[in-house]
Design a protein around this ligand. Structure first.
Ligand SMILES: Cc1cc2nc3c(=O)[nH]c(=O)nc-3n(C[C@H](O)[C@H](O)[C@H](O)COP(=O)(O)OP(=O)(O)OC[C@H]3O[C@@H](n4cnc5c(N)ncnc54)[C@H](O)[C@@H]3O)c2cc1C
Length: 343
């Protein structure tokens, strides 16, 4: 069987891997000239945090995310499974209690526990939530690893393949009895009109003086921020959530808020070198939940919102099973299906 995957973001690459490993001859068409160009996935934090995300989303996201946690280390050995930490300053202690009430699979830590996990945060927080089963990865390294894996499986990623070429190839693939999986993110609005963009701004900084070994979320009533270690003294600071589909440059307010939160986590961030400022636009449906659905013979994987790396493996499995006719839970994640049965 042959399949064409449209888009080489995290969803497209995960779908291509799942199909190629099942023996399908896959071709990936990507509009950008190189991996990451014009792709939301390039700017992600890379947190694999089903239970932290559960605080603000539906059980489906945590369930799919938990499934995906086992996939990443198998496909990308750089995946780090050291858990994640949620902290709040004294005046925001209520935020921490509220966060805990909305989720599960965490441990309460006192100040000593925080210092034992992250020595550079010793004495800075009297309480924290520790989610030991969570993980994180460097999204760019992970995408590169998936692309290399596809190459090893004989799959070609064609860069610079524009929409028109995609359409022609998709029609050809259909005509030849093959499958088309559309993972174009926000660009799929021509077929999925209720998709919207949620802009996210991020910073990459270098700060060799501070060592953190797991993502740390800093709760705040107005500006919750997280910091993800990228290794070699680099940290990703993210991320804003702005209802906009324009990948415009970061605003001064966002920059102040992100840096202010990092500085509040540890004043040494005031000395950090700003390496990169980035903006990505997350593809989201009105309910902020993902969908795998079939329209006119094409399978669409979309609406990964703020959980693309967390959800892509599980969604890719569903998509591959739909393509191969092995999905025995066809109602899973179809449009409008709130009463989902989890496979
Ligand atoms: C600042 C920020 C932080 C985030 N942090 C996290 C995090 O910590 N953990 C997490 O799990 N998620 C996170 N996310 C969310 C995650 O990045 C997204 O959910 C994910 O990137 C969506 O992936 P996608 O493959 O659907 O879309 P995209 O990554 O946008 O990929 C779509 C691809 O399709 C291509 N394309 C478009 N049109 C065409 C066409 N006509 N032909 C061919 N190709 C086309 C595009 O060029 C692009 O490469 C974050 C997002 C942002 C912005």
């Amino acid at each position: 069987m042959r399949a064409v995957v449209l888009g080489a973001g995290v969803s497209g690459l995960a779908c291509a891997v799942e199909l190629a490993e099942r023996g399908v001859a896959v071709e990936v068409l990507e509009r950008g000239e190189r991996l990451g160009a014009g792709c939301c996935s390039w700017y992600a934090g890379g947190m694999l945090a089903p239970w932290c995300e559960r605080e603000s989303t539906e059980p489906l996201v945590a369930a799919l995310g938990a499934e995906s946690l086992a996939w990443w280390p198998a496909k990308f050995p750089g995946t780090v499974l050291r858990g994640s930490l949620v902290v709040a300053h004294g005046r925001d202690a209520g935020e921490l209690r509220q966060f805990a009430r909305r989720t599960e699979r965490y441990q309460w830590l006192e100040s000593e526990g925080v210092g034992a996990l992250e020595p550079d945060l010793a004495g800075r927080f009297s309480q924290a939530l520790y989610f030991p089963e969570e993980g994180h990865l460097d999204p760019r390294a992970a995408l590169t690893a998936l692309a290399a894996r596809l190459e090893g499986l004989g799959t070609t990623i064609r860069f610079g393949a524009d929409a028109a070429a995609c359409g022609e190839r998709a029609i050809a693939a259909h005509a030849a009895g093959g499958a088309v999986i559309d993972c174009r993110g926000l660009e799929a609005r021509d077929v999925l009109p209720d998709l919207r963009g949620v802009k996210g701004e991020m910073l990459l900084v270098k700060l060799p003086d501070v060592s953190l070994s797991r993502p740390v979320r800093v709760l705040h009533p107005r500006v919750p921020v997280y910091i993800v270690p990228r290794g070699d003294g680099h940290y990703m600071i993210g991320a804003t959530m702005i209802e906009s589909d324009q990948p415009t440059r970061i605003t001064a307010r966002s920059m102040l808020e992100l840096l202010g939160a990092a500085y509040a986590l540890h004043p040494a961030f005031g000395e950090a070198e700003i390496v990169e400022i980035g903006t990505g636009v997350r593809p989201a449906f009105p309910d902020n939940l993902p969908r795998v659905c079939r329209i006119g013979g094409t399978v669409y994987v979309n609406g990964l919102y703020r959980h693309g790396f967390l959800l892509a493996p599980a969604l890719a499995r569903h998509a591959a099973e739909q393509v191969l006719g092995a999905d025995h839970s066809p109602e899973v994640m179809h449009e409008g299906s709130r009463q989902r049965r989890l496979a």
